[in-house]
Design a protein around this ligand. Structure first.
Ligand SMILES: Cc1ncc(COP(=O)(O)O)c(C=O)c1O
Length: 381
């Protein structure tokens, strides 16, 4: 059976730069074979740290020191180490009410009490944050605020500039660290890239994390964390893995030796085509049944459908027809069944997007339990 697999956020195998990575690997191994025979230490490959610090500096327009940036096994390791270092079981953390499922899983296993903020087209509802913090009081004062500020997973929203400033102001005034997960930061399609929180202020309690998974390949397992030295030290005290994969880091440092942007821009072009195919497909086929986001970056389209869709039936119909997606409940911090689903398009061949979206829409129509007109017209109604 033909399948349409929109379930997991991965990059496009068709555009993986095979020859360039092969060349880089050949050179890196010849140059660095001796270092590869040793343990890499806590900070990781100095060359790749320098390249990533340069990429941050160029994107954000501020100076980022390679000394305050540590390579990790993907940004997921940054998520986990930070939570381990800053919380005890039962502690409270603020996050978006719908957020990355991997983070939800990690926080649950650390027995963190997640308190969710709603999300709208401008990202986290920071306008409700002070009231939420007052309500929690000293007893449940959050150990940090975890924020997906840019191309939020799953909604694709960007935290507006005004809310970015407000978030920093509130966190700083109450002495609450912010954990900014910018996993998708360079998977960019349109408009200006939103600026990261650390570039907008000198608040010292911002822990920033980023990844190469989404702009190159998750199998590289390369991400990094950037924070002030004392905070970084506290987080890295939890690290007991002998350091990250030095070989992968050496290859990628070689690949990006001259610049990171030309390859990134090239890969983003084909991702943008895919994103547009999903968004246009839903707009053209989904009239009266669903609406979607149109993200300016990232790997996901977030789809709102009528409340009366029977989600079990939807899952059954779609899987019978070979269509796979991630249901909204996966991203809700309390696994609430919400009338949304997420489509990950990065690795899906263009033809599968063209042919797959109508399959999904037909399943949505068949899974409805009434004929009433849906009461929403936008994604967050
Ligand atoms: C928001 C977010 N953070 C972190 C990760 C982890 O990615 P990685 O460990 O591959 O960098 C993901 C992966 O999907 C993600 O969506």
């Amino acid at each position: 059976m033909r399948t349409f697999d929109f379930a997991v956020g991965q990059t496009n195998p068709e555009t993986f730069p095979i020859e360039r990575v092969q060349e880089a690997a050949k050179t890196a191994i010849a140059k660095e074979y001796a270092q590869i025979t040793t343990y890499p230490g806590k900070l990781g490959h100095a060359g790749l740290r320098a390249v990533m610090a340069k990429r941050e500096s160029e994107r954000e327009g501020v100076s980022v020191s390679a000394e305050e940036l540590t390579l990790l096994n993907g940004s997921m390791q940054a998520v986990t180490l930070t939570a381990e270092a800053l919380t005890q079981p039962g502690d409270t953390v603020i996050c978006e009410e719908v957020t990355y499922s991997g983070t939800i899983g990690a926080y649950r296993s650390l027995e963190i009490d997640m308190v969710g903020m709603p999300v709208d087209e401008d990202g986290m509802r920071v306008d409700l944050l002070e009231a939420k913090l007052d309500e929690l009081g000293e007893a449940r004062k959050p150990k940090f605020i975890y924020a997906l500020t840019t191309y939020q997973n799953p909604t694709g929203t960007n935290l507006s500039l005004e809310r970015r400033h407000k978030l920093i102001e509130i966190a700083a005034s109450r002495d609450i660290p912010i954990v900014e997960d910018n996993c998708y930061g360079d998977v960019h399609y349109d408009g200006e890239k939103p600026r990261s929180l650390y570039a907008l202020s000198d608040y010292e309690n911002i822990i920033y994390m980023c990844s190469l998974s989404k702009i190159l390949a998750p199998g590289m397992r390369l991400g990094y964390i950037y924070a002030q030295p004392k905070l970084l030290e506290t987080i890295l005290a939890r690290r007991h893995d002998g350091g990250g994969n030095y070989l992968a880091a050496a290859v990628v440092a070689e690949l990006y030796k001259h610049d990171v942007w030309s390859l990134t821009d090239e890969l983003n072009e084909s991702l943008k085509v895919k994103k547009n195919l999903v968004v246009d497909g839903i707009r053209d086929e989904g009239e009266g049944i669903c609406v979607s986001s149109n993200p300016s970056g990232g790997l996901f389209v977030w789809v709102r459908f009528p409340d009366d869709v029977d989600q079990e039936k939807l899952a059954q119909l779609t899987s019978e027809r070979g269509f796979f997606y991630a249901s909204g409940a996966n991203f809700h911090i309390h696994s609430k069944q919400i009338p949304y689903l997420r489509l990950a398009f990065g690795h899906v061949p263009d033809d599968d997007i063209r042919d797959g979206i109508p399959v999904l829409i037909q399943c949505l129509r068949e899974a409805r339990t009434s004929n009433e007109r849906p009461h929403f017209s936008t994604l967050f109604d």
